[in-house]
Design a protein around this ligand. Structure first.
Ligand code: SF4
Length: 411
């Protein structure tokens, strides 16, 4: 079981008496060795004879090197380090809607490294959920957590270093959202604005969640990260580093710095730190090695308006989830030029996603179940919707044979 003390914080059994969080950065030796090198600096002996759950980002169907999911060699090194410490290790995930954990483990290369190591893979959506109360929650008071989380003594979050269109950065705390059961993840995107907190409710909910569902150890994979339109539609960015430590907030804070961001500007990190769930103040974190600052490589921020990226299409986005946004971005990257042939010249093309639209212009292509209420002729159902259905709605075809289709973009 996770240990939850009376401050609703998850006790960190690796570092019970630490007042100065330590964060370790390793670079230049490749994904596997960098991970081994940072984990060597952390005392893993409390894991001896215990059950450890590794929670990488295997939430989508993406391959190694795309900057979307955790590099399998980082997972491999974490398995080897914990096994060497005498732990029983499993790897688990609850991916985005429409993807199964086992498909994602295969696609990401994580299945192959676990097979070689005789390490159990867990589809965390298989079993019924366990409800977890959040007494200090401001946006949410309860979450549905995958039962497997409670069967383990330690949880290790292993995210990819990414920009996120809604949360600005997605690192080890946000990665814990993949421990929420099945579609209950989407609930965090459906929250109404809060009366007394001027923040996107999703960010408040992630801060709430981090009060009761924090990893005991965080390993941020900065081998290849993602900048711009993250978490899945941006550009891969090679950094070649790994960051780790036992205070998830401190690790995320240093990962932010390495990305050229400031954790104080990432709402869920700032709010969680203000509540005492961890430390983001860089002056209060011991970072190794001292030369870590030389590794900073600023990530491009998310575009403020998607229509800047796709100038011929007017994209109307009001309170969409990242799942809807990613579907549309990947669709437009692949078919954005090709589908223009299906509209008469000088037509104003509008596409809308999100929960916040009361009204949209006539003939808007409405994408996702939230847009059903707009009652437009061209409506793509799904939550999240899929790119092939958008294509069918626009062109009447399930595939396009056009040299304007960008072949290298995977949906
Ligand atoms: S349709 Fe899209 S915006 Fe609406 S809940 Fe589903 S994923 Fe979120």
């Amino acid at each position: 079981m996770l240990s939850v003390d009376n401050k609703t914080t998850t006790k960190n059994l690796f570092e019970l008496n630490s007042s100065l969080p330590q964060v370790y950065v390793a670079s230049g030796a490749g994904a596997y060795k960098n991970t081994i090198n940072v984990l060597k600096r952390i005392d893993l002996s409390p894991a001896k004879g215990k059950k450890v759950l590794l929670k990488p980002n295997a939430g989508r169907l993406a391959s190694k090197g795309e900057g979307i999911t955790t590099d399998p060699l980082v997972v491999a090194a974490a398995i080897d380090s914990f096994k060497q410490a005498g732990a029983e290790v499993s790897v688990g995930e609850s991916p985005i809607t429409g993807v199964t954990a086992m498909e994602a483990f295969e696609a990401t290369g994580i299945a192959a490294v676990t097979l070689e190591r005789n390490c159990e893979l867990i589809d965390m959506d298989k079993r019924p959920f366990v409800a977890l109360e959040i007494p200090e929650g401001r946006a949410i008071k309860k979450i549905k957590v995958c039962a497997d989380v409670f069967d383990h003594d330690f949880i290790v979050s292993i995210p990819v270093m990414k920009i996120h269109m809604h949360t600005l950065a997605t690192l080890s705390l946000k990665n814990m959202k993949g421990c929420l059961w099945r579609r209950s993840k989407v609930d965090l995107h459906m929250l109404p604005m809060l009366k007394d907190i001027n923040e996107i409710p999703l960010n408040v909910a992630i801060a709430d969640m981090s009060g009761v569902l924090r990893p005991h150890l965080s390993i941020v994979d900065g081998t290849v990260g993602m900048e711009g339109m993250g978490p899945s539609g941006g550009k891969a960015k090679k950094l070649g580093l790994v960051v780790a430590g036992t205070d998830a907030f401190a690790v995320d804070s240093i990962a932010c710095r390495l990305m050229g961001l400031c954790a104080e500007n990432i709402p869920h990190l700032r709010m969680g730190a203000e509540r005492g769930y961890g430390v983001i103040d860089i002056e209060k974190i011991k970072i190794h090695p001292e030369t870590w600052i030389n590794l900073v490589s600023p990530f491009s921020p998310p575009p403020k308006n998607l229509s800047i990226e796709f100038p011929k299409i007017n994209i109307l986005d009001k309170n969409s989830c990242s799942a809807c946004q990613s579907t549309l971005i990947l669709f437009l990257k692949k078919y954005g030029e090709a589908v223009l042939d299906y509209f008469p010249e000088n037509t104003n093309i509008s596409m809308a996603i999100g929960k916040g639209h009361d009204k949209v212009p006539q003939n808007t292509i409405c994408i996702g179940n939230c847009m059903a209420k707009a009652n437009q002729e061209k409506f793509v159902k799904g939550c999240p919707p899929v790119g092939s259905e958008i294509l069918k709605t626009i062109t009447g075809k399930t595939s396009l044979d056009s040299d304007k289709v960008k072949k290298e973009v995977k949906e």
